[in-house]
Design a protein around this ligand. Structure first.
Ligand SMILES: [Zn+2]
Length: 104
């Protein structure tokens, strides 16, 4: 079993969750400050700051437990294009120029 190492160029779920921590922290903090500014009862930051800790914990849990299916270790290059089956060329007339020759 290979040890997981984060790769910024990888598209697996664990690598994606590695980069969301600061964004989630700022969004959550902004929402909490906005709710306080709106003057809703019980929404002052003295009481709501533990929500930030809960959100950080959820993100950390996602980072540790997310799937590594399709993970690429750093230094391993991805295929240049997604491997998809190529459909058979059934209509070749659209790509070729039809030349009509009349013999009179
Ligand atoms: Zn990955």
């Amino acid at each position: 079993m290979e040890i997981y190492r984060c790769n910024r160029n990888c598209g697996c779920m664990r690598c994606r969750f590695r980069g969301i921590m600061w964004g989630v922290v700022f969004i959550t903090g902004g929402i909490l400050l906005l709710l306080e500014t709106m003057g809703l009862p019980g929404m002052d930051t003295d009481r709501t700051w533990p929500i930030l800790l809960i959100v950080i914990g959820v993100v950390l849990m996602l980072q540790r437990t997310a799937s590594t299916e399709g993970h690429l270790q750093p230094g391993v290059s991805a295929p240049p294009f997604p491997m998809q089956p190529v459909p058979p060329a059934s209509n070749t007339e659209s790509t070729t120029t039809a030349i009509e020759v009349r013999h009179e």
